[in-house]
Design a protein around this ligand. Structure first.
Ligand SMILES: Nc1nc2c(ncn2[C@@H]2O[C@H](COP(=O)(O)OP(=O)(O)OP(=O)(O)O)[C@@H](O)[C@H]2O)c(=O)[nH]1
Ligand SMILES: [Mg+2]
Length: 488
């Protein structure tokens, strides 16, 4: 049993698996099929018909060679980074033919890998018949252009690759708008570079690029494109702000009705959606692919004590998430700021779980700073313990104090996790009448922040408060309970 034997109201029964996800959820399968059928469809609106050359380049990553510059860290870390780039490339739908790592103090200012290595790369491209080179970093527009000149196939960087995946995966209106905005922001300074190499390469590409090739990216064309992109970006920003308002209202309503909320965050592919499914029986898309989830999915569940809670599955994070994306997804990620609890899921079978934790924490801190919000309490959940190395797990148990160790697949630890959530989430609360000494002003502050105060009086001995507070806080307040004042 996974422990998720409470009925879930949001989904039909047949989706509810008791074996923790051995069966592929049907909703997920549908989404999966839909996704692959959409893979090669250019997603931008017709308004952008004139400038989709950039998009089309990004969507045609078919046979790729990866190249990385290894500037710091161990060889194992450099290899992990390349393996991740390969996974990203495959997620975007391409076949990885070859990967090269170059050891340098810093990326070459003009060609990223240096001209000697670039010539070597050209050889590899010719030998393998690759049509794209993907660099493991963010390249300047000039670097992209110079490297393209040498290798003579299109060159794409990690940022463009991630943006491409996001563009393929976004399903909600808000998600799509956010990705478009991020892509345009990325594109804007690169238009000239893309344009120049496009005109050189236009002959090699079929149909869809004909218009561009014929016209040529003259200075005027670029200027017009820029202006169009800018005004489209402004429009998108307005739309996104509007959608965010609607979501804020919904969230606020949830808050005022007192339904506690959990935001599930974590590195991409850590198993966030699997845990949501294991906890609630929801049929959220689970895929061994990066960024399977892009739109926050909220599911209701019934806690062990019969209360309701909502869990929100969020977009996964990755090292060096393009800044344009952090920016664009900020409003979505603000779900994080509004949650009562952050459930941070870590892949315990990953080679460097602590680095994943760090990368995720950086993005969260960034988002919260932007939202001007305090971090909600965090619960660390180490997933995939069925697949993890036992020695590594022992080490993790040592360093990750208070973490829960679970397997969404076998269901191990899931019941305990549910019990912990029940315990930890603010509930309708416990009635307390306490006299808190002035030395514990922190507790009074917490009562105000976490509970509902209905009486407060200052006396010589301290602050007398009558309030309804979450169970955990009630426990902390137990020593200050006023004699005989119980029961209300
Ligand atoms: N062995 C093992 N694999 C798991 C477990 N939980 C999830 N997985 C696998 O890990 C992969 C990613 O799972 P998801 O739940 O889609 O991960 P996610 O964090 O939602 O990923 P994104 O939405 O892509 O960021 C899938 O192939 C799952 O089957 C687990 O407990 N054990
Ligand atoms: Mg997911």
């Amino acid at each position: 049993m996974t422990g998720s034997d409470q009925p879930d109201r949001a989904v039909p029964d047949e989706v509810h698996t008791s074996d923790g996800g051995a069966q592929e959820p049907s909703l997920g399968e549908m989404q999966l099929a839909e996704r692959s059928s959409l893979r090669r469809v250019e997603g931008l609106s017709t308004e952008l018909a004139d400038i989709t050359e950039v998009e089309q380049r990004q969507l045609r990553l078919e046979r790729v060679v990866l190249v990385g510059v290894w500037t710091e860290g161990t060889a194992a870390q450099a290899e992990t980074s390349m393996a991740e780039l390969a996974a990203l490339a495959e997620t975007a739908g391409s076949t990885v033919l070859e990967a090269l790592i170059q050891r340098r103090d810093r990326p070459d200012a003009s060609t990223y890998i240096g001209s000697g290595k670039a010539a070597e790369l050209r050889e590899v491209v010719m030998a393998t018949g690759a049509d794209t080179v993907i660099c493991d970093g963010e390249l300047s527009p000039a670097q992209l252009t110079s490297l393209e000149k040498i290798v003579q196939v299109k060159v794409v960087d990690r940022t463009a690759l991630i943006l491409d995946i996001f563009a393929q995966h976004a399903t909600s209106r808000e998600g799509k708008a956010q990705v478009s905005l991020a892509q345009m922001e990325y594109m804007l300074p690169r238009l000239r570079g893309w344009g120049e190499s496009m005109s050189r390469q236009a002959g090699g590409r079929a149909g869809s690029n004909g218009g561009v090739g014929l016209r040529g990216p003259g200075e005027t064309k670029i200027e017009t494109d820029r202006r169009r992109i800018r005004s489209r970006m402004a429009k998108l920003r307005r739309e996104i702000a509007h959608m965010k308002n609607a979501r804020d209202v919904k969230r606020h309503r949830r808050h005022t009705t007192g339904v506690p909320s959990v935001a599930i965050v974590g590195y991409t592919n850590a198993g966030k959606s699997s845990i949501l499914n294991a906890l609630t029986g929801a049929g959220v898309l689970v895929q061994n692919a990066l960024f399977a989830t892009l739109d926050p999915t909220t599911r209701r569940t019934v806690l062990d004590d019969g209360r309701e809670a909502v869990l929100t599955d969020t977009v996964g994070f990755v090292r060096h998430l393009p800044t344009q994306l952090v920016e664009a997804f900020r409003s979505t990620l603000e779900e994080v700021a509004g949650a009562d609890l952050l459930m941070h899921v870590v892949d315990g079978s990953d080679e460097f779980p602590l680095e994943q934790i760090r990368a995720v924490n950086e993005v969260i801190a960034d988002v919260l700073r932007g939202a001007g919000a305090d971090a909600p309490p965090e619960l660390l959940v180490v997933n995939k313990i069925d697949a993890a190395d036992p020695v590594e797990l022992t080490r993790l148990r040592g360093v990750l104090d208070g973490a829960h160790f679970v397997s969404a697949h076998t269901g191990e630890g899931i019941a305990e996790l549910r019990a912990h959530l029940t315990e930890r989430l603010p509930g309708p609360g416990v009635r307390v009448d306490v006299l808190v000494p002035y030395s514990r002003g922190d507790l009074v502050a917490r009562i105000h922040a976490e509970g509902t105060v209905d009486s407060e009086r200052h006396s010589a001995e301290g602050t007398a408060v009558g309030a309804e507070v979450p169970r955990a806080l009630a426990a902390a307040l137990a020593p200050y309970t006023m004699g005989g004042a119980q029961g209300g």
